[in-house]
Structures are given as C-alpha cells and as structure tokens.
Design a protein around this ligand. Sequence first.
Ligand SMILES: [Zn+2]
Length: 282
Amino acid sequence: MKKLACVTLDMEPDYGDPEKKIRLLENPEYFERYVSIINKYNAKVTMFTVTQLFDSYGDLFRKLAERIPLEFSVHSHTHDPHNACTLDEVRNSQAAYEKFRGVKPIGYRAPIGRIDKEGLGHLLDHDFAYDASVYSSIRPGKFGYFNLHMPNSPFQVQRSDGRSLVEFPFTSIETIRIVFALSYAKLLGWGAYSLLLKLFGLPEITLLLSHPYDFYFGSIPNNTVNGLEGFAMARNTGREFGIFEKLLGSLQKQGYTFAHLSEVYQDVKGTGLKNFSLETWK
Ligand SMILES: [Zn+2]
C-alpha cells in the first residue's frame, strides 16, 4: 500500500488564552510562516474545525483555504470535553458545517479524543463516513485514557444494522505508542523525538496532530495553563515552526505522499479493514 500522510490541524481557540484568540490566523507573521512551510513540502491540511467558529472566523478560514490545500472537517460544535459527541453536538456541528460549506461533513473528531459508543452511534445516524478521535496511546490525568488495545491504523466500526464508518486513530510512533504530534515533538525535543521516529517508525497511514497554539503556546500572554502542564507545553518555545518543518521533512524523506483525510478515506474504505462491532465497543 502507498504510504500516506495527513496533516491534521484542530482549529479551536488558543488553549489557556483569556482572550480566546486564534493567533495562527490573526497574527500575520504566524500565518505566513505556516503557509510557507505547508507549501514548501506540498503538504495538505485537513482542518478539524470547531463549527461554532464558522460565524466569527469564517473569513479567516477562507483566507487560509486560498493559500494552502485545505480541507474542512468537524471538531464538534462547541469543543466541550464533557459533551464531546452528544446528539446536540453532532447535530449542531453538522448543521453549521452544511451552512458554511454547502455540503454535509463526512468526518468528525471529538474534543480530546472523547468519542464513545453513543457518539459513534450519533455519527452513524447522521451519515458521517469517518471518525478520527481514538487515541492508541496512554494519557494520564483527568481526561486520561489507556488505549494500547487500540490499533494504530484505520479500522472499521460496524453496527448491527449494517451501517459502518472508518475510524482513523491518532497515529502513534509504533511500539512505544507516543502520539505523532507537534506537541509531543516539542515536549521531547527534536533530537529525542526524531531518534524515536527512526527507531520505531510510523504506520503506512499516518496522521500528524497539531493545533494552532502548538506553534506559539509559550508566547501567549497571561496564559491560564500553569503548573506542570503549562511548563510541558511551553517547552521549546521559539522552535515550534522549525520542529513542524522537521516533522514534514521527515515524512517526505520516508516516502510518504501528503493527502487529505477524505482522500485517505476513499483509499482505505472497503479494503478489508479490521472490523469492530459497535455493540461491543469498550
Ligand atoms: Zn480540540
């Protein structure tokens, strides 16, 4: 199978920012740097968007779409981790997406990966073709998970009525299951992270996780995220764009072709993906 890499950008307000801005779009320096790196590597971006932002940020989203190969997808309607995939969130996000794009969305990503059995059922009821919310790794803390039983490659979730969708888990580095994400590369530093990439590698279908604030978290004024989390997230401040560029460069060097997630979906559906039944979902 062809090696495909998908750059995903979870479009949501800057984490811990009292002003709730999105500086990647609002700060021209960040915006231009991002655009130039994406285009330098001929990358394609699938943007999981918090759909209530279409009203306030629609013009800036269109501006970004004019400059890079950008595909829209859904990242819930309000980004409430306690209601990540409720019927209201699924229904409202679908309606907002359709209003903005003129077509129904095919993909969903729940905030912090908090998809569950009911949520997957809502997605099936609303004709979503894929979900991209399952972590195949471990995260400690309040919104933690222990998902080493999950595959690190796309699989199918099927309901007893015959309906199904493709699940794209967040890609992890193989074996050690560290998330393939700009935030983790920043946390560990490029020296250590690139060594792990080299030693353990990535699956043939790879999704890179990023958020706008990953590019400048340590420079957000009066950030409310402090303690260990704030410290961890502010590691390598000033090097974020450079590390992002190295991530894309390493994908290119390993022979990956960049694709939108909808293209990857077309490529993998019906290819005998491993099947999980919704009824027995963890
Ligand atoms: Zn998010």
